[in-house]
Design a protein around this ligand. Structure first.
Ligand SMILES: C[S@@+](CC[C@H](N)C(=O)[O-])C[C@H]1O[C@@H](n2cnc3c(N)ncnc32)[C@H](O)[C@@H]1O
Length: 329
């Protein structure tokens, strides 16, 4: 392990000095650009991951290219080779994570070529991450994305024999069974029903399911309701503050004004925001090895987390600088 200054916090062997710029963790590689709290690297992210000291990362949050049978402009690995390919990144992520760190992976399902049946490549990937790499599955979560295209058109809109996909998988994996997490940081506003219930109090009762609802439940006002594991626009205010994939967000607007292409597969800011809040503290280190337009870095910077991102397409990183108009790049 390299000699990187460490903090004297409660887990000194795991957390690195919060004052150190994260580029100091990536020995020997020059950032493509950096901000006050982060650095973006151009090239195969395995180089960046290999340079990271053991236990130096609190959260790896990413969305790799999926194994699709049509090619995205940045290339996709064939399904038959996908697991083996992905594990070369995942092993390095596992090594670089702190013992209470998490690896959150957004991966899309896909259809088998020419058939109205689904591939299981993403499930095989999950099983390999647990059984071969040693990750723990902390929780399966889902990104609800009603804006997905009705694809494959042949099965969904022509023959009408399948319905539209509306979720993507977001697997929350951890290095040990005890990742750092605090759901109080991702509370949703109470629904009108909850507010009414809270005002009236709750009568002790037993639900048909057998669950006891005790009168202590009338002390439910805890600042918001605990979100479910379907991530949607749950943090609406923050979502709009950080911008999203809408055509008029700052990144898209700046790309359009400059006549440059917009990244074709961005995730909404609300997705990394949810997990960064849930799983990290200020100054923690967040890594995205498939950074694309650097949504993760932008959200991390806004939440005062340190971040490291890599992408192997120069134009994506070049335009991702538009996300940091407000800070020195
Ligand atoms: C699904 S996109 C990520 C988009 C990103 N989450 C965003 O919001 O903009 C996947 C990215 O992985 C990049 N990529 C693919 N293979 C890579 C590799 N070996 N090293 C670094 N980046 C890679 C692609 O160029 C692409 O931008």
């Amino acid at each position: 392990m390299r000699n990187v200054a460490r903090s004297t916090s409660s887990s000194p062997e795991l957390s690195f000095d919060a004052r150190v710029h994260p580029s100091a963790l990536v020995d020997g590689l020059r950032p493509f650009y950096s901000t006050p709290l982060g650095a973006a690297y151009l090239g195969d992210s395995r180089q960046m991951l290999a340079a990271l000291p053991d236990g130096s990362v609190n959260l790896a949050f990413t969305s790799p290219p999926y194994a699709l049978h049509f090619k995205k402009e940045y290339g996709n690995v064939h399904k038959d080779d996908y697991v083996e390919w992905f594990l070369t990144f995942a092993r390095a992520i596992h090594r670089s994570l702190a013992d209470d760190g998490s690896f959150v992976l957004n991966i899309g399902g896909s259809y088998n070529k020419g058939l109205p049946t689904r591939s299981t490549y993403h499930l095989k990937t999950l099983i390999a991450l647990v059984e071969e790499v040693g990750f723990h599955l902390a929780q399966e979560t889902f990104w609800y994305n009603p804006a997905k295209m009705p694809m494959p058109a042949e099965w969904v809109t022509v023959r009408r024999i399948r319905v539209k996909d509306a979720v993507e998988y977001v697997w929350w994996l951890s290095k040990t069974p005890w990742p750092k997490a605090n759901n109080r940081r991702v509370l949703k506003p109470y629904s009108a029903d909850m507010i009414r219930l809270n005002r009236r109090g709750v009568r002790a009762t037993v639900r048909p399911s057998g669950h006891n609802i005790t009168s202590a439940f009338d002390k439910i006002d805890a600042g918001g309701s605990i979100p479910g594991n379907v991530i949607e626009d749950q943090l609406a205010d923050d979502f709009h503050r950080f911008g999203n994939n809408a055509a008029n967000d700052q990144y898209s607007k700046r790309c359009k004004d400059a006549g440059l292409s917009i990244h074709p597969a961005r995730f909404p800011a609300s997705l990394p925001e949810f997990f960064i809040k849930l799983l990290t503290d200020e100054h923690d280190v967040v890594v995205d090895p498939f950074g694309g337009s650097n949504t993760t870095g932008m959200v991390a910077e806004g939440l005062r987390r340190r971040w490291l991102v890599a992408d192997n397409v120069e134009s994506y990183l070049e335009t991702s600088k538009f996300r940091f108009d407000d800070v020195t790049v």
